[in-house]
Structure formats: C-alpha cells, structure tokens
Design a binder for this molecule. Structure first.
Ligand code: GP9
Ligand code: MN
Length: 620
C-alpha cells in the first residue's frame, strides 16, 4: 500500500493543538487565575496559540523529515517540562517561574524534602499529550509521505500566527491597559499574554535590568534623592536613642503570620509565649511583610536597606555585587560587632556573597553550630538548640553587638519530631495548614527558652530584642482549609490582610513588666531600618530609604506590596480592586486612586536603585 500524502504543515498543527489544549487545562486546574468576565476567559483560552504557532512553525524551515519530527517532538517535550516546572513551583509559591529563580541553583540542594511533597504520582498526566504526539509522529513516519508546502502557504501560516498575536494583545490591552508598564503582578501577565509569551517577556526584562547597570551614571539619583528627602519623618524624641549602646538582637521568625497570635487550635493557644510577650513589648498588629520571590532573603533585604525587593527573583542572587548602605554597616561604623546567625548552609539564598555587601562582620552558619541528627528536623537544626547554641556564641561576641538570627523549624513542609509536638494537629484537607500550627507552637516554646537563656546568661538587660515574621507560611493554595479555620471566606481582601506578620519590639527596662503597648498603625518591613536605627540613636536623615520610623508621630500609614497592591489606614487595594477596611467589601476605585502614583514611584525608584546599582554614586 502506498503512503498517504499530507502537507508537512499537518504535524506542527497537531503539536500546536495538543499543547494549546493542555495549557488551557493546566490554567484551569493547576493555577488559580481569577476570571471576572467572558473577555478574560477568551483571552486565557487563546493566549497560548500565537506563541505555539510561531515556535512549531520553525519546523517548516527545516530540510529533512527527520529533523522536522525531531524538532517538533523536542520542542513539545521542552515546553511541557517548562509548564510542569511552573506547576510545581506554583504549588509552592502561588507564583510563576522567572529566570533569576531558575538560576538560584545553590538553593536547590536544600529544597529536596519540600519539593518532593509537591510532586505527585499522577503528574504523569501532564505529559499524556507528549506521548500522543510521539505515537502520531511514529504513525506519520511509517504511513505518510510529506508534501513540502509552498512559500506562499508558509507565509500564510506565519501571517495567521502574527494575526493571532495582535488579536491577543489587542484584547489584552483593552481588558488591561498598559499591561506591561503598569503591572508587577505575574498572574496578570500570564492571564493576558499566556505562559509562553510571559517567559519571553521575562527574558526581555532580564536583559533590560542587566543593561541598566551599564547605562547608569548617577544622574538618576537626583529625583530619587528629592523624593526620599521630602518624605522623611522626624523620629519621636522620646524614642530616639532609647536603646543606644545596647546589643540589638533581631529575630527573623520563619513563616510566622499574625493570624496565629492570640488564636487557638481546639482550645490550645498556638503562641502562648508570644501572647504573653505582647504585654511586655511594643507589638504592631498591622505590620505587613513585603517580600517577593526572594522570601526570607527579601525580608532581610528590606530590613537592612529599607529598599523594596525586586518583582522577579531574589535581589540576593541578582544583585549581590551592589553597593549598599545597610543597617549593619551603619551600626558597624558606630562600633558594633555585626553578624547574622542562621544554622543553614551558608550559600542558601547566596547569603555568603550578599552578606559582604550588607557589611556583616561575621556570618554564623551551619559550620559554626554543632548539628547532629538528633537535634535536626526538616530543613536542619531545630530552633531550640539553635537558640541555645547561639546564646553561647553571643557570650563571646564583642559588645555591643548587632545580630540577626533566622529561625528554620517553622518552614514548609512543617515537619516535627513527636517529642516536639505540644498541640494536636488541626484537622482540615490541608496537611500543610494542619502541621503549621504545631511547628508555630514549637517555635513559640523555643523563643520562651531563648528569652530565659538570655536572662540566665546576663545578656538580657543590655539588649533590645526585635522579632518579626519573615513572610507568609500558608499560601493561597490552602484557602479552603484557611476558610475552615478562620470561619470566613478568604476574599482577595482577606488574603491581603493575611500578609500581616507579627512585629515585637521588646526593650528591657522600657517595655517589660507590663509596660508594653499594642500599636495599630499600618507599617511594613520597609520601615524596620529607620525605626531600629533611630532606637539605637543613629540618624537616617541622609539615607536613601523608602520606609518611615514606626514610632514617629508623623509616620504615614501606607505600605506597598511588591506586586503593586497596597494598604492604607482605611483601604486595601489588591487584584485591581479597592476595598474598604471597615466593610471588607469593594468600593469605588476613586478612593484608592490618589495612592496609585505613589506606589509606582516607590517601586520604580527602588528598582532603579537596585538595577542601576545607584548607591555606588551616592555620598551622604
Ligand atoms: C533558608 C531559610 C528559608 O536558609 O531562610 O528560606 P525561605 O524558603 O523561607 O526563603
Ligand atoms: Mn522564610
């Protein structure tokens, strides 16, 4: 029997079709992309097509049948792997991959256990289309003879691809004006451009930020300097220098969100020690994390620099060579011995390199601790021995010192040894949330021991202890379980409010013995540097910073999230919607409108500083 004759356009079209349908199914099943109207659904549906037509269309230029088939199969497999990479990443971070994240390879070794919990046996289903394509190709090889298409046909094919692209971007522009210039939100990008075009755009952003440093000459600083100077708020004279000369101990509390404070699981307090400590501290109940893809490292960056992290990747990786004017460096100039204490591999988040730029005198990492399997769980050393050994190390530090400690046990996937479980698991469909309460409870116990040990070793009186949650622990993937726990729907408003993390400023001699205060003003991690430096008696008037001293009577209640959402005293702006805090319901956009320009300015200026490495030109 003779072979069937088919134009060689058939195979790429089949490949386009298979991946297109799969991508759409993935959008609907594996990502939570909010769709508000028919137009958005249509854009979502068609957005993979243009890219797929182009990429598989390249096969039409290849000479031999064999090379065409190889190209089509290889491309389909590669794109499927990229898509699957996004799926797994999304399960973790409710976010899409970016190039800088992919290059954070030194983090990967430690991600093992965490990553495995996000990979399921049924994930092979994501590759069913690749298998189908394989058999189609085999069938074609045996039974079909290709007829090369004519030049005009090829042209028509690419014209169709281009038309698809224009149609898609046209609809997107109508639905979401200034899509590329205004937004930092990857969900909106994927929703409108499609996941593949989004990755192309990401490559473009990467080259742009690399070019920015080369082009910068410092003239960009004039506007930024004026902006920052105009927004500086004077410290409260009663608070300025209250901790001068004391040791500063900052504790970054892994994944601790505010909703567990003064809350319980089946009648058992989740954070009994911290709840008590509120009476003896300045406790900020409306304090938000502002981290992006860099998670813990982003919170460290905010703390030290009062600059925003980047919208893609972790600054710790992308800009570790930058000149900074960090809190550690300033305290060092004041005669402090400065360090970070974190019982993990020193290269995680590229810390060993970035810490040189921040200016710590020393980094106490895994090799400075005595870590045995008995005192390890999940990601490494347990918090309790970590605090215990850290205090031992503090005893021999030069005084006064500034140290930033980073806890680890309350990290996804929130594993604990039996003996460390003080409360029962919660019971919901999310194992992550169920275990979270137990590891938070464990961290709370470890903190209690830590305070006691500081007292026993005579370090307490001469120190000020500041603690904050680094970022969320429970992502939006667990909304259903969260709704069960909170007893209410997790709307975008509630999600934004769940980004609150506890901030404790505990000053022995000032706040203890019940002299604490609950402070309700809105603040964020961006405010930490000026707040803490002022408490330590260091001026920040000439610093390039975006935060404001939380104790200043002039502090403005306004914080910006990395994706352009923001919170004020009265409003929450998130997912393109303005909400009233009072009613928790959407209100007219005009209430939020006045803040939008400031949001773009803050994030834009901060990005300019980082991408252009502008502080190398700054002298105060
Ligand atoms: C790792 C620890 C956790 O050293 O800081 O990092 P995270 O995943 O939370 O960013
Ligand atoms: Mn963290």
């Amino acid at each position: 029997m003779g072979k069937l004759k088919r134009a060689n356009i058939v195979l790429p079209v089949i490949a386009v079709f298979l991946l297109w349908i799969k991508t759409y199914i993935v959008y609907k099943t594996s990502f939570t992309i909010t769709i508000e109207n028919f137009m958005q659904e249509l854009i979502l549906f068609i957005n993979p097509i243009s890219f797929l037509l182009f990429i598989f269309g390249i096969s039409l230029f290849l000479k031999t049948e064999k090379s065409k088939m190889r190209y089509i199969f290889g491309t389909s497999l590669l794109l499927s792997l990229i898509l699957y990479g996004n799926i797994v990443f999304y399960r973790f971070f409710t976010d899409f991959l970016t190039l800088p994240v992919l290059f954070q390879t030194t983090n990967f070794g430690d991600l093992g256990d965490s990553a495995l919990t996000e990979i399921h046996w049924y994930d092979f289903l994501y590759f069913v289309d690749v298998a189908i394509l394989y058999f189609v190709i085999r069938f074609f090889r045996k039974n079909v003879e290709f007829v090369p298409i004519k030049k005009v046909q090829r042209r028509a094919y690419f014209l169709l691809a281009a038309a698809m692209l224009f149609f898609n971007t046209g609809l997107a522009e109508a639905e979401r004006p200034q899509l590329l210039t205004r937004t930092f939100d990857r969900e909106i990008l994927v929703k409108n451009l499609g996941t593949y075009n989004y990755h192309l755009y990401d490559i473009f952003l990467q080259s742009k930020s690399s070019a920015q440093r080369a082009m910068a000459d410092g003239s960009e600083l004039v506007d930024i300097d004026n902006y920052v100077r105009a927004k500086f708020v004077k410290p409260d004279p009663n608070m300025f220098g209250v901790a001068e000369g004391k040791n500063l101990i900052v504790v970054s509390l892994e994944s601790l969100q505010s909703f567990v404070i003064n809350n319980d699981v089946y009648g058992e307090e989740v954070t009994p020690f911290l709840n008590e400590l509120i009476n003896d501290s300045y406790y900020f109940e409306n304090f938000y994390h502002q981290t992006g893809q860099g998670k813990t490292s982003d919170s460290e960056f905010l703390l030290e620099n009062s600059l925003y992290p980047l919208s893609r990747g972790a600054v710790f990786f992308t800009h570790a060579g930058n000149e900074l004017d960090a809190m550690a460096e300033k305290l060092g100039e004041k005669g402090y011995f400065t360090s970070t204490m974190h019982a993990n591999n020193k290269s995680f988040w590229n810390r060993d390199i970035m810490y040189q730029a921040i200016g710590y005198d020393y980094f106490y990492s895994a090799t400075d601790y005595n870590i045995t399997p008995e005192i390890s769980v999940g990601w490494g050393m347990k918090d309790s021995p970590f605090f215990d050994q850290s205090v031992e190390l503090m005893k021999s530090m030069e005084k006064p010192f500034y140290t930033k400690m980073i806890t680890l046990t309350n990290h996804h996937p929130f594993r604990l040894d039996e003996e460390d479980k003080y409360i029962d698991e919660y019971d919901s469909k999310s194992g992550t949330l169920n275990r979270y309460f137990q590891t938070v409870r464990y961290m709370d116990e470890a903190l209690k021991e830590f305070f006691q040990k500081l007292k026993d070793e005579g370090l307490y009186e001469n120190s000020i202890i500041v603690m904050y949650g680094d970022h969320y622990g429970i992502s939006e993937n667990h909304n259903e379980a969260m709704e069960q726990y909170l007893g209410k729907e997790v709307t975008p408003f509630v999600s934004a409010q769940l980004q609150r993390v506890p901030l404790f400023v505990h000053i022995p001699g000032v706040t203890n013995n019940g002299r604490g205060e609950v402070i309700s003003k809105v603040g964020g991690q961006i405010d930490l540097k000026p707040t803490l430096l002022h408490l330590m008696g260091v001026n920040t008037k000439n610093d390039i910073q975006f935060g404001e001293d939380l104790f200043s009577p002039d502090h403005r209640e306004f914080i910006v999230f990395r994706d352009g959402s923001f919170i004020t005293r009265e409003y929450v702006y998130t997912r393109d919607t303005c909400y009233s805090k009072e009613t928790e319901e959407p209100i007219e956009d005009s209430y939020c409108e006045p803040y939008k320009e400031k949001v773009q300015k803050e994030l834009g200026y901060s990005d300019k500083i980082i991408n252009g490495d502008l502080l190398r030109f700054y002298e105060d």
